[in-house]
Write a protein that binds this ligand. Structure first.
Ligand code: C2E
Ligand code: MG
Ligand code: MG
Length: 633
């Protein structure tokens, strides 16, 4: 038998014995009560009490020994040990622990509680936890907690409390009711963790998903959500909404020429300006690269949207100073309004996009509205494409030639070939009315090839007739300029017509070159290999990087007629023209001014060393047969 079991048996026997022995004096005392001898009574009582006392001590010792043997002894010590262990656990846990009594007074807090809340134990013991209320929850919230505790004995959930510093923060809290032996609540124990970091990272993740990292603006996703909410509210309140879709013109050329870091800074600077125009009820978002959107809520008037669009265009017109560069940028804006143009966010966006397309087609730097009229416009475009196709097949197109003169000698030195459409009903249609449609439908490739063929044939014919011109200029659409086909097409036309390539000049617009300067450079070098000349048309209207311009194998700059119109009185125009001339000359290029309508303009240009001039003053574009030839040289 193991020692402990033997001890237990001994203790049990002792306990039994002591209990039996204890009964003897008790019996004696009881029997003495019925005895009438006072002497005997006293003696027996003393004797009995002594026995009772001795055996009681014996019983107590035996019981204690017995309990110890069964591991049940010394309840107080075990209880204290258990509490010490619990306190150690409480103190080392990262979760805050708070114990209140039944009345809700705090009786214990752990170290983590102090770390999280900023309160020291002494400041909270005896207080009610309502001390930590954040004010974020209403009475019903707390009532619900106690109701759950009463019925289920336990509550878990998120709760916002206030730290000693005053900061409010979210906790994940579990509260348990502790019951005593009688089954009544004696204490409440709350265990909580600070989930503010978790919430923050959750918020940050949500923010990242819905915002553009560069500008911190809402992205397409969030904008779409907001638009949907706004439309629902507008529908309920019978109000209007407007959506502006904004695209920066030729932004890519800035990225390409100055690098993405400068491009990014410019985007940020643009956003700062846009934000300065935003008022309450407006949401600005970055939809992608250089595309932004503005949602105007509660806008019953279309005019309000148009006014904002104009303000945006105006503010972006001011130069930007980025990283030491002075940058000019313009924006095109498409507007669609709820409910007249669309009733859903998706459709509103699509229609604003169509309007933006229209704005760009109208010449960049403007805004356009999506209206029924625009739909009609789109239909017209479809019809016109079909008509144009027919016009090409039935040879309704014409090439007109506009004379180009040497400004100093006044001699006719060249012509520019300009296409016209001899419409059977509408008469002579200018290229501005159909070239954009041709560009969008892809028909432009055929038109330009046809014009170039006609122009080269005409040049050969004039040469055969003895009319000597230095060059014939042909416009090349920016849509074709990026295409590898262009080189092959020009080579074929030159071969077919037999024109000396040195007599052919191709005009490319500044924006076409700057849209993709690297491929433009490659294209230009290949074209130059054919032996022809290249000029940049409408110079001064696009954004040109001087560095890139210098590298281009171009022989001529054509000053845009917009600058010539103000000559000689408009000081800005005069200054720009002087700069362009100086620039061209410094790079060894010829300068050619277009749109000369008055002799003073020709005079100004000539006196500033502009070599060539073209305009109504010299002659309008006209059929080949109407050109006036000088006496043979
Ligand atoms: P552009 O190449 O800059 O042509 C000059 C335009 O200015 C021509 O308009 C011409 O008629 C006009 N113009 C000439 N002198 C004056 C003047 O003194 N005052 C004013 N106010 N205007 C003058 P047009 O013929 O209507 O051509 C417009 C544009 O259409 C051209 O601009 C060119 O970009 C494009 N274009 C014309 N023909 C063709 C073509 O065959 N192919 C392509 N891709 N584009 C063409
Ligand atoms: Mg031209
Ligand atoms: Mg031009």
């Amino acid at each position: 038998m193991p020692g402990s079991s033997r001890g237990a048996l001994r203790a049990a026997l002792l306990y039994l014995l002591a209990s039996l022995v204890w009964l003897v004096p008790v019996g004696q005392i009881l029997s003495s009560l019925f005895d009438d001898s006072a002497q005997a009574l006293r003696w027996q009582l003393i004797n009995g009490y002594a026995w009772v006392l001795a055996t009681a001590v014996l019983i107590f010792l035996a019981r204690a020994r017995l309990l110890r043997c069964f591991g049940l002894g010394d309840q107080g010590r075990i209880e204290r040990e258990r509490l010490r262990m619990a306190a150690a656990v409480f103190d080392s846990t990262l979760e805050g622990v708070l114990v209140t009594n039944r009345l809700g007074n705090i009786v214990h807090v752990n170290r983590a509680f102090m770390d999280i809340t900023g309160y020291h134990e002494d400041e909270v013991l005896g207080h009610n936890p309502s001390k930590f209320k954040s004010g974020r929850h209403d009475v019903a919230f707390y009532r619900q907690i106690f109701h759950t505790l009463d019925h289920e004995g336990r509550w878990s959930g998120e709760i916002w409390n206030r730290r000693k510093s005053g900061e409010i923060y979210p906790q994940w809290q579990t509260i348990r009711a502790i019951h005593n032996d009688a089954g009544h609540v004696s204490h409440y124990v709350a265990v909580f963790s600070d989930i503010s970091a978790l919430k923050r990272s959750e918020r940050e993740r949500a923010h990242l998903i819905q915002h553009d990292p560069l500008t911190e603006l809402p992205n397409r996703l969030l904008f779409h959500d907001r638009a949907e909410q706004a439309l629902a509210a507008a529908q309920a309140n019978k109000r209007g909404c407007a959506l502006l879709l904004l695209d920066l013109d030729h932004f890519q050329s800035i990225n390409d020429s100055l690098g993405h870091a400068v491009g990014d800074q410019l985007i940020k600077a643009v956003v700062t300006r846009l934000q300065s125009l935003m008022k309450s009820g407006m949401t600005l978002a970055r939809m992608g690269g250089d595309e932004f959107a503005v949602l105007l809520e509660d806008t019953p008037q279309v005019a309000d949207a148009a006014t904002l669009a104009q303000a945006i265009i105006d503010t972006l017109k001011q130069p930007f100073l980025v990283d030491g560069h002075t940058l000019f940028i313009s924006a095109s804006i498409g507007i669609s309004v709820f409910p007249s143009d669309a009733i859903g966010a998706e459709q509103l966006l699509r229609n604003a996009d169509s309007a933006l397309f229209k704005a760009k087609g109208n010449g960049r730097g403007g805004y356009a509205l999506y209206t029924e009229e625009l739909t009609a416009h789109a239909q017209q475009r479809v019809e016109m494409t079909a008509e144009l196709r027919r016009a090409l097949a039935q040879e309704e197109l014409r090439v007109y030639y506009q004379p180009v003169h040497d400004l100093a000698s006044r001699e006719l030195v060249g012509v520019e070939a300009l296409v016209r459409w001899m419409h059977p009903e509408r008469g002579l249609v200018p290229p501005g009315d159909f070239i954009p449609v041709a560009e969008r439908s892809g028909l432009i490739a055929e038109i330009d090839a046809w014009v170039m063929t006609r122009a080269c044939q005409q040049m050969c014919a004039w040469q055969a007739e003895g009319h000597q011109l230095d060059f014939i200029a042909v416009n090349v659409s920016s849509r074709l300029f990026g295409h590898q086909d262009l080189y092959r097409q020009v080579a074929r036309i030159l071969a077919d017509t037999g024109l000396n390539p040195a007599r052919l000049e191709l005009e490319v617009t500044e924006s076409a070159v700057m849209e993709d300067p690297e491929s433009a450079l490659e294209q230009m070098h290949r074209l130059r290999e054919l032996g022809l000349r290249l000029s940049i048309d409408d110079f001064g209207t696009g954004y040109s990087s001087l560095l890139r311009l210098k590298r281009l194998p171009v022989q001529k700059l054509k000053i845009d007629q917009g600058f010539v119109a103000g000559l000689p009185l408009d000081e800005d125009d005069a200054a720009i023209v002087r700069v362009i001339i100086a620039l061209a000359r410094s790079m060894g290029m010829q300068v050619h001014a277009e749109g000369i309508e008055q002799p003073e303009q020709a005079q100004f240009l000539m006196s500033h060393q502009c070599e060539l001039g073209q305009g109504y003053w010299f002659g309008r574009p006209m059929p080949a047969a109407e050109l006036t030839w000088p006496q043979p040289r």
